[in-house]
Design a protein. Structure first.
Length: 188
């Protein structure tokens, strides 16, 4: 086996005692400290901070206006513009979800219902937000554009139960999504 000799860089005396690097680091820290006290921190304006550094004063100040367009927040269910459930309870999202955060109990739509052709809808639809990693796989896999990651990021609760978003809560967060819904298409 060939032996590779690594040639180490030759350090000057100053580099060997790290003194120069220490001073440099110290001066940089002091510069940021002084800028911060003067309310001139870089990025302070964009983050709407108090001016004392770039740290946002959460929760008085929030990220909401600074989130990128495609920010992935909490997943939620959406209805169509007529208030109908888009979800057909196919359970693809439940299957694909990496941390198994989704739990769906499907139910049948009665034969005499106006929308009986769709056959299924979710009786229960829970997402455990302690498990959810905001990956967006559920949104990717959904054939009916029924589940979307919204911009909500402040998901809190006092118990594990509070952190499970039920179907009701998921529709509250999700709201309405306008656009094609395959299941209502008479030709399908
Ligand atoms: S965002 Fe990812 S982890 Fe969260 S429910 Fe959807 S698939 Fe599961
Ligand atoms: S949200 Fe979409 S993928 Fe999940 S069960 Fe409903 S239709 Fe299927």
């Amino acid at each position: 086996m060939a032996v590779i000799k690594v040639k180490r860089p030759k350090l000057s005396f100053g580099e060997k005692i790290y003194f120069g690097a220490l001073i440099k680091g110290f001066l940089l820290t002091m510069k940021h400290a002084v800028d911060s006290m003067r309310g001139k921190s870089r990025g302070a304006k964009e983050l709407a901070s108090s001016g004392l550094g770039v740290t946002m004063q959460y929760p008085e100040q929030k990220w909401d206006e600074h989130l990128p367009e495609h920010y992935r927040g909490a997943p939620a269910l959406v209805t169509d513009e007529q208030g109908r459930e888009r979800c057909v309870s196919c359970q693809l999202c439940e299957f694909i979800c990496p941390p198994k955060a989704i739990k769906i109990t499907p139910s049948e739509i009665p034969a005499d219902d106006q929308w009986a052709k769709v056959e299924k809808r979710p009786l229960e639809f829970d997402i455990d937000m302690i498990r959810c990693i905001y990956c967006g796989m559920c949104e990717e896999v959904c054939p009916e554009q029924a589940i979307f990651l919204r911009k909500d990021y402040a998901i809190t609760g006092l118990s594990r139960k509070d952190m499970v978003h039920t179907k009701k809560k998921l529709y509250e967060i999700g709201g309405v999504r306008v656009g094609l819904v395959n299941k209502w298409n008479e030709l399908k």
